[in-house]
Design a protein around this ligand. Sequence first.
Ligand SMILES: C[S@@+](CC[C@H](N)C(=O)[O-])C[C@H]1O[C@@H](n2cnc3c(N)ncnc32)[C@H](O)[C@@H]1O
Length: 187
Amino acid sequence: MIIPELILFIILALIMVFFAGSIVFSTVKLGITPMPSSNKAYFAMMQLADETGNGTIIDLGSGWGNFVIRMAQKYPQRQIVGYELSYLPWLTSTLLKKVLGLKNLTLHRQDFYKADLSAASVLVCYLFPEAMGKINDKLRSDQADINFLISNNFALPSWQSSKTIRLDDFYKSPVYLYKIGKDELKL
Ligand SMILES: C[S@@+](CC[C@H](N)C(=O)[O-])C[C@H]1O[C@@H](n2cnc3c(N)ncnc32)[C@H](O)[C@@H]1O
């Protein structure tokens, strides 16, 4: 009797080691953990998204799905897309999407730098300064028809934000809304 229990314990332990290892691996490779935005940040991002029309919203690094799931529920008429490379967060968000029956939500396990973002009207992200620099360069060189970018906490170097919400937290953290057009370029 003790042998099957031991085998089950070993299998569960191996599964946990695999998932924990996959998070550590992705964090080291991508330079960021799958830490979700705070609730205050979500409300600010959703408030800013209200000002962006009805076009497709793409979350660059959708993590556990916290933002894209709320968006898909709030805007059933809008297409919401998430790109996420870290395996466990992507798997969790994909399962939640299925359980909740969110037909307007599409989740890709793919590197967003290599993705075709031409369907996007709005990009959303919670990343880090180096990633913002790369997205900035991609937006400057791409012909994609992107109208807005919403960023939690990190600024886009070449553009002047059209609106900034300061969160009611210790750092008064900013959440930026950018209009992505040549007229708004500051550099
Ligand atoms: C800080 S989390 C933000 C999650 C979610 N957007 C939110 O606001 O709650 C950033 C996510 O971006 C993902 N990520 C970073 N670089 C990526 C890339 N090049 N392609 C796909 N996902 C990426 C990370 O794995 C991580 O889950």
